[in-house]
Design a protein around this ligand. Structure first.
Ligand code: PLP
Ligand code: COI
Length: 339
């Protein structure tokens, strides 16, 4: 049962301390049996590599309450695999896929009262992370690691749910061409804080980054992937080694093709050719699908479908995706894991 004292309608994307979180240590070559703990504070060596050298990665996935009261996790195996790739990139030990999914289930069940009720549009956001800890000072991989998962009930990340938002093309890069853009590591987000704050100060929802090599092609939003719909009903999304391979993006590629019958193109999205598109959107676990009303580039706002309403194809993609996540629409095989 969901907690009746919570105001589910006003949830945004803010930290709320929930009841229990999962905590596991890697010591002497092995992940130890994890525990659920009430303590939301971590006790770390001051020499932890996570604090000095950014040796940390994280994930984001959601648990959804269905109409029949059951609980869905959306493609947690994909988050587990991406976290393994992030760990490999930063020389951290991999968490096995099964252990990752079991820990997610434990955290969801232990905090069941925080899952927003079916129909409120909210979900329980899970934040798994791996950090390098233990006494250390040199630039090298840590002697010990922590794998933890906490959860927070969330509503919309960008304001208004399906209301279009405007985004600003950034003059900064979030990741280098052969850097860590494809890994979900904190350093990419540290680099995005100042550009993101500047965009928000100028009344944009967030910024959009261009490719760090030529600064001519759209890569992604600071917290979500980018897609657009051409006038010929093609679903286009950037393909680049410095973009985070989003699980929402991957899912939309499949749904656009198999359920909406759209041609899918993973390729270049030149920022000076936005007139190719009639709709655009940001997609991610937190962002879900946020329609992009306009993109500001070189002082000019390029408007897509509308500043007021979501375009028809973006709406169909949104309905299909969220219907699958909350169990109203049949999911492709393997996408839903029941808790
Ligand atoms: N790109 C960035 C930079 C992100 O932070 C996210 C969110 O996780 C995404 C893309 C979308 O990824 P996913 O759909 O797996 O949440
Ligand atoms: C997510 O959607 O899970 C993200 O990581 C985006 C943002 C909250 C960092």
């Amino acid at each position: 049962m969901s907690d009746e004292s919570m105001n589910w309608e006003t949830l945004g994307f803010d930290y709320i301390k929930t009841d229990l979180r999962y905590l596991s240590y890697w010591r002497e070559g092995n992940w130890q049996e994890g525990v659920l703990t009430e303590d939301n504070m971590l006790h770390l060596s001051e020499g932890s590599t996570a604090l000095h050298y950014g040796q940390q990665c994280f994930e984001g996935l959601k648990a959804y309450r269905c109409k029949d009261g059951s609980i869905n996790l959306f493609r947690p195996d994909q988050n587990a695999l991406r976290m393994q790739r992030s760990c490999a990139r930063l020389l951290m030990p991999a968490v096995p896929v099964d252990a990752f999914i079991e820990a997610c289930k434990k955290v969801v069940l232990a905090n069941e009262r925080f899952i927003p009720p079916y129909g409120t549009g909210g979900a329980l956001y899970l934040r798994p992370f791996v950090i390098g800890v233990g006494d250390n000072i040199g630039v090298r991989t840590a002697p010990e690691f922590i794998f933890s998962i906490f959860c927070v009930p969330v509503g919309a990340y960008f304001k208004g749910g399906l209301k279009p938002n405007n985004f600003l093309i950034s003059t900064y890069d979030r990741a280098a061409p052969n850097g860590t853009g494809a890994a979900k590591v904190g350093g990419n987000y540290a680099a995005s804080l100042m550009p993101g704050a500047e965009a928000k100060a100028a009344h944009f929802a967030d910024c959009i980054y261009l490719d760090p090599q030529s600064h001519s092609k759209i890569e992604e939003v600071g917290s979500a992937n980018f897609f657009a719909i051409t006038h010929d009903d093609e679903f286009v999304t950037p393909k680049s080694p410095s973009v985070l391979p989003g699980i929402t993006r991957l899912s939309l590629i499949e749904l656009a093709q198999s359920r909406l019958g759209l041609k899918v193109i993973e390729g270049d999205v030149f920022v000076d050719q936005l007139a190719r598109f009639k709709e655009a959107g940001a997609c991610g676990t937190a962002a879900v699908i946020t329609p992009i009303g306009g993109i500001q580039y070189n002082g000019q706002l390029h408007v897509f479908h509308s500043q007021e309403d979501v375009g028809p194809i973006t709406r169909r993609l949104y309905n299909e995706l969220t219907g699958i996540q909350s169990g109203d629409i049949e999911a492709p095989a393997g996408w839903i894991v029941k808790v």
